[in-house]
Design a protein around this ligand. Structure first.
Ligand code: URA
Length: 192
């Protein structure tokens, strides 16, 4: 069995935290397994829990629209969450739940080896980029860690609630597009 299959099987049977008792489905991840860009949300909502796929509810539809602006879709990126099971009532995933689950995401990142990671919202940014991350102040800024470019943008649910954040996010998306072009150009330079 391949690494992806065994990781997903492990995750599907996971009982490492209490979220396993209320989940309908484990939401492992979706997309291209060697994508150049990976998007990371916080955790499944109701629709994701029902369908077993990340970002398929209202926020997901909005995410698809956002990504389509810069030519990205589920066939050319990888999408996953910090926690793979729905926190009841869509509350924030607790630290212990994140701690129990983060190994799966780490392994997914190791297997995808993305050039770029985009965190969707504060929870993912704090877990992936910096525990003190201030999404309002720092969204759209870039850091490079171990050769991987990382940034965070507002969570699509926040953008559904607060339209005033959308123009800044549009600029952040353009910056993601530019970074993607940059890494593609660098990859081509290195190809003999
Ligand atoms: N919000 C998230 O953070 N992830 C999903 O998969 C759906 C909504």
């Amino acid at each position: 069995m391949g690494e992806w299959e065994s990781l997903e099987m492990l995750c599907q049977d996971c009982t490492r935290c209490g979220l396993c008792r209320t989940r309908k489905n484990v939401v492992f991840g979706v997309g291209v397994k060697d994508a150049d860009i990976m998007f990371i949300g916080e955790g499944p909502g109701e629709q994701e829990d029902l369908q077993g796929e990340p970002f398929v509810g209202a926020a997901g539809k909005f995410l698809d629209d956002m990504l389509s602006i810069i030519g990205i879709n589920r066939r050319n990126c990888y999408i996953a969450n910090v926690v793979k099971c729905r926190p009841p009532g869509n509350r924030d995933p607790q630290d212990e739940e994140q701690d129990a689950c983060i190994g799966y995401l780490r392994r997914q990142v190791e297997l995808v080896k993305p050039q770029i990671i985009v965190c969707l919202g504060r929870i993912a940014a704090r877990r992936i980029i910096d525990p003190e991350y201030r999404i309002t102040r720092e969204h759209g800024t870039w850091i490079c860690r171990n050769g991987t470019w990382m940034t965070a943008i507002y969570h699509p649910s926040a953008l559904l609630r607060d339209v005033s954040k959308r123009p800044e996010t549009f600029m952040d998306l353009l910056s993601v597009e530019e970074k993607l072009h940059e890494v593609h150009a660098n990859m081509q330079e290195r190809t003999p």
